[in-house]
Design a protein around this ligand. Structure first.
Ligand code: ATP
Ligand code: MG
Length: 420
């Protein structure tokens, strides 16, 4: 048996990888505009980080982690998400003491979850996410949401739907929690075993259950919005006010809860409404997590962020038929005929490349005609023909492959000529 790629992973081959590069460059550009700085944390962390940071009752921790022991007996896990590690790093590097507050960070890299692979769901996937730590200004919530929307918009997505909700502060959540328990308890035996466990541990997450989403008690469940105290309610109104000020459309959905335990106040999701997108429509999820930094042993610091995957973004781009840019230019293909010309071309290519030109030559001993074909296939702007005659006269024949026009060019001035 030949060895195959692990289940739930994918190779991103040339031809496809340009899309990724374009998306990644766009993400970096957007973060520069919004003044978020990149942070890179390890691909693996202590397992306990995620148990505490993501939460014991979440699907991620209970079912989806790639955990292992290293040769030194340490319990480690391939990171399933970005926030916990950023909070660790924020605390460990005392970023709360930096003069610039809030601390605005972004990350872009692979995450690992042991899930059932399907369209839009992989075991290794790439997340782009941002975190703003240290501010409790509702305008930063709106900014984080705006950044995600602007990222998608600038890539060409149009059929987006932004859904927001508030999970309130601790007091509001407590009141809501009690109401949820009362609501579900009498008929909890009609729910899946996960939900039965959630009832006492974290009843909010019952609303997030994928198996029982159609149960009649779901639609009639008490709404968090009816339990927001004055502070929480004012905060939520402010966030909406700022979104309106930026002309960002949204709908409020009181059933939106995030799967992670540490969220409070603002929660949001961005979905694709493109036809043919498939069953899983969520492109991006985020929210506020004021308790997390303290929970992880740092000083009490509020935070808000989002995460989105590039895989689902590409799916949405394809569903909307957005043309993906690929303007990687190749300047010239050098066709050398004869041994001397070949020798000369080796050095010529090196020099042109050092001068910043993208150039290629033949390594397959192809005939002239086949070399022209190769040049066209590669999208070269020019073909440069150098034979023994051209070498002795110091003048090459240069064909513009776009216009078909052919002219002579002094070898000395090749660089300038090709950049024309
Ligand atoms: P879902 O409900 O789809 O499982 P989630 O709540 O697990 O999502 P988050 O942990 O909030 O998702 O991750 C943020 C985003 O990352 C999701 O909105 C989605 O775009 C993407 N994502 C999550 N899991 C995967 C995966 N296995 N493969 C590809 N993208 C993913
Ligand atoms: Mg998930």
């Amino acid at each position: 048996m030949t060895i195959q790629i692990p289940r739930g992973t994918q190779d991103i081959l040339p031809g496809e990888v340009e899309k990724w590069q374009w998306i990644e460059e766009t993400a970096k550009k957007i973060c520069q505009l919004y003044q978020y700085q990149e942070i890179r944390t390890p691909i693996f962390e202590q397992t306990e980080l995620f148990q505490r940071g993501v939460g014991d009752t979440t699907d991620i921790v209970q079912k989806e982690m790639y955990s292992f022991q290293d040769r030194g007996g340490r319990d480690l896990t391939l990171r399933p998400e970005g926030t916990a590690a950023i909070v660790r790093s924020f605390t460990e590097n005392k970023m709360f003491g930096l003069p610039n507050q809030p601390v605005k960070l972004y990350y872009l890299g692979p995450m690992f979850r042991y899930e059932r692979p399907q369209s839009g769901r992989y075991r290794q996937f790439v997340q782009f996410g941002v975190e703003a730590l240290g501010s409790m200004d509702p305008a930063i919530d709106a900014e984080v949401i705006a950044l995600a929307m602007e990222f998608y918009r600038s890539l060409g997505l149009k059929r987006l739907k932004l859904v927001i909700n508030s999970l309130g502060d601790r007091e509001s959540r407590k009141a809501h929690r009690n109401a949820l328990i009362q609501h579900f308890q009498p008929r909890i035996n009609e729910f899946c075993s996960d939900c039965q466990e959630r009832l006492e541990k974290n009843p909010l997450r019952i609303l997030d259950c994928k198996k029982d989403r159609k149960h009649e008690l779901m639609a009639s469940a008490p709404s968090i919005l009816d339990f927001l105290n004055d502070d929480s309610s004012t905060y939520f109104k402010q966030v909406q006010h700022y979104l309106n000020a930026m002309n960002i459309e949204f709908v409020v959905d009181p059933t939106l809860v995030r799967g992670l335990d540490y969220y409070n106040h603002t929660a949001f999701e961005i979905m694709s409404e493109a036809e043919g997108f498939g069953a899983i429509t969520t492109l991006c999820g985020g929210g506020r997590y004021n308790g997390l930094v303290k929970e992880m042993g740092g000083p009490d610091t509020p935070g808000i962020g989002f995460a989105l995957s590039i895989e689902r973004l590409i799916q949405a781009l394809e569903a909307e038929d957005v043309p993906m840019e690929n303007n990687k230019q190749m300047n010239a293909y050098i066709i050398a005929l004869g041994e001397k010309a070949k020798d000369y071309s080796v050095a010529l290519l090196q020099n042109l490349r050092r001068d910043g030109l993208s150039v290629e030559r033949d390594y397959m001993d192809r005939k002239l005609k086949a070399q022209f074909k190769a040049a066209e296939r590669l999208g070269a702007q020019y073909a440069v023909i150098i034979g023994d005659d051209e070498l002795s006269s110091g003048v090459a024949t240069v064909k513009n492959l776009v216009t078909g026009e052919q002219k002579e060019m002094a070898l000395e001035n090749l660089k300038e000529g090709l950049l024309d």
